[in-house]
Design a protein around this ligand. Structure first.
Ligand SMILES: CC(=O)SCCNC(=O)CCNC(=O)[C@H](O)C(C)(C)COP(=O)(O)OP(=O)(O)OC[C@H]1O[C@@H](n2cnc3c(N)ncnc32)[C@H](O)[C@@H]1OP(=O)(O)O
Ligand SMILES: O=C([O-])CC(=O)C(=O)O
Length: 372
């Protein structure tokens, strides 16, 4: 054991064999079940990608309609709304979401079924339920009644409708859909690793996902998208952001939305594509506030490249899209989780199908031989 190499943060360590996704950094490709994620973002819908992740192939037209029907029909039990309504409004939105995901298990008679088909069905249902819960988190905390999906609308359109109470324009719905796809799956981030570690004890999908919510809340992971929005609001304009970032760097603080364990000194391809989505959205809408945010993002990007050699990650360009769509900032990270639910379920199913318990070892640095 003593001679084995220890890699802090398990950097570069291969922790699983998978057929779900792979970051091919050299060729700037995010492979998802054989497809390039960027092609899926530009050419497919989130519902297609959900089918690809959970059922392992892109759905045909009828299959896509059926999947969308299942998503919109996935009801959130009344008791879960009541639990959410009783939680303190001061509780972080991701903590409220974590409680709701955990509670959902109690209303699923098949929660513990290890059958892969039952797990896939649970997965689709969970994406529908989690989206409806996420969209209503702020409303419920403010004492309101949930807005439920409208069967006349598509999945992404519905998600924005449930959040804002208004049907989005086609450009807004498409931008939101693209961000959902961008967030849907990303190989072995901390949250996916967490879910697989939990699943490897043959624990259930709800438990694995509850752990993943907790992981994703952290500002070094999913929590960065809301931190980006707060930084932009604090800065106010391009000059303000310039000052703020330079001050933060002088204090050796991290700038949220930059850097990545795997891409580190390269542009996250998803950020690059969402930057274009944002620019198109702002142009199509003639949105002046959006244009100001885009200009701030560009200045931040330039400073970070010049001063630190660091590039934006997905969270940096998802945040301004959500802001332009009028989404409350506390929902940015929960939306990340809703989108990632599809990828997480795929990983839990795969882990259960080829399971070996995760149980690594340590390099012990403490004392020995003390007398009790
Ligand atoms: C969708 C996602 O979840 S993507 C990740 C979202 N998270 C963020 O945006 C948070 C900000 N980014 C970070 O904190 C980091 O880049 C992480 C956590 C994502 C990756 O970190 P690690 O792989 O552990 O890299 P590590 O923390 O060792 O950083 C390497 C160097 O880059 C610097 N660095 C990395 N990211 C940043 C940043 N955002 N701002 C300033 N400096 C940074 C570190 O200070 C360190 O510098 P040093 O070598 O001079 O000490
Ligand atoms: O891959 C990571 O470490 C984090 C990330 O970008 C994601 O989960 O989308």
């Amino acid at each position: 054991m003593e001679n084995q190499e220890y890699r802090p943060g398990l950097e570069g360590v291969i922790a699983a064999e998978t057929r779900i996704s792979y970051l091919d950094v050299e060729n700037e490709e995010i492979v998802v079940r054989g497809y390039n994620l960027l092609d899926l973002i530009t050419q497919k819908t989130y519902v297609d990608v959900l089918g690809l992740l959970i059922h392992e192939r892109l759905p045909g037209d009828e299959e896509r309609k059926e999947l969308e029907r299942q998503l919109l029909a996935a009801e959130v039990p009344q008791a879960v709304w009541e639990i959410l309504a009783k939680l303190p409004a001061s509780m972080h939105a991701m903590d409220r979401l974590r409680t709701a995901v955990s509670a959902l298990a109690g209303f699923d008679p098949e929660a513990d079924s290890p059958d892969p088909e039952a797990e896939r069905a649970k997965g689709v249902r969970l994406v529908g339920q989690v989206s409806t819960i996420v969209a209503n988190l702020t409303r419920i905390a403010q004492g309101g009644e949930p807005v439920l999906p409208d069967p006349q609308l598509g999945f992404a359109e519905n998600f924005v409708y449930m959040i804002t109470g208004r049907r989005p324009d086609p450009a807004g719905a498409r931008a939101f859909d693209q961000a959902l796809i961008a967030y849907s799956e990303h190989e072995m981030p901390n949250s996916t690793f967490t879910a697989r570690v939990i699943a490897s004890t043959l624990s259930d999908v709800y438990g694995a996902l509850t752990g993943a919510v907790a992981s994703l809340k952290g500002p070094l992971h999913g929590g960065a998208n809301e931190a980006v929005a707060h930084m932009m609001l604090e800065a106010g304009d391009v000059e303000g952001l310039d000052r703020l970032i330079r001050e933060k760097l002088a204090r050796k603080e991290r700038i949220m939305g930059f850097g990545h364990r795997v891409y580190m000194r390269k542009f996250d391809p998803r950020a690059w594509i969402l930057k274009q989505t944002l620019a198109r959205l702002v142009d199509e809408r003639g949105d002046e506030e959006g244009r100001r945010w885009l200009a701030m993002c560009q200045r931040g990007e330039d400073i970070m490249r010049e001063e630190k050699g660091l590039y934006p990650n997905l969270d940096y360009y998802a945040a301004p899209i959500y802001y332009v769509l009028g989404i409350p900032i506390e929902l940015y990270t929960p939306i990340f989780f809703a989108a990632r639910t599809a990828g997480l379920v795929a990983h839990v199913v795969e882990q259960h199908a080829q399971n070996r318990l995760y149980r690594p070892r340590v390099r012990y640095l403490g004392p020995r031989g003390l007398k009790a």
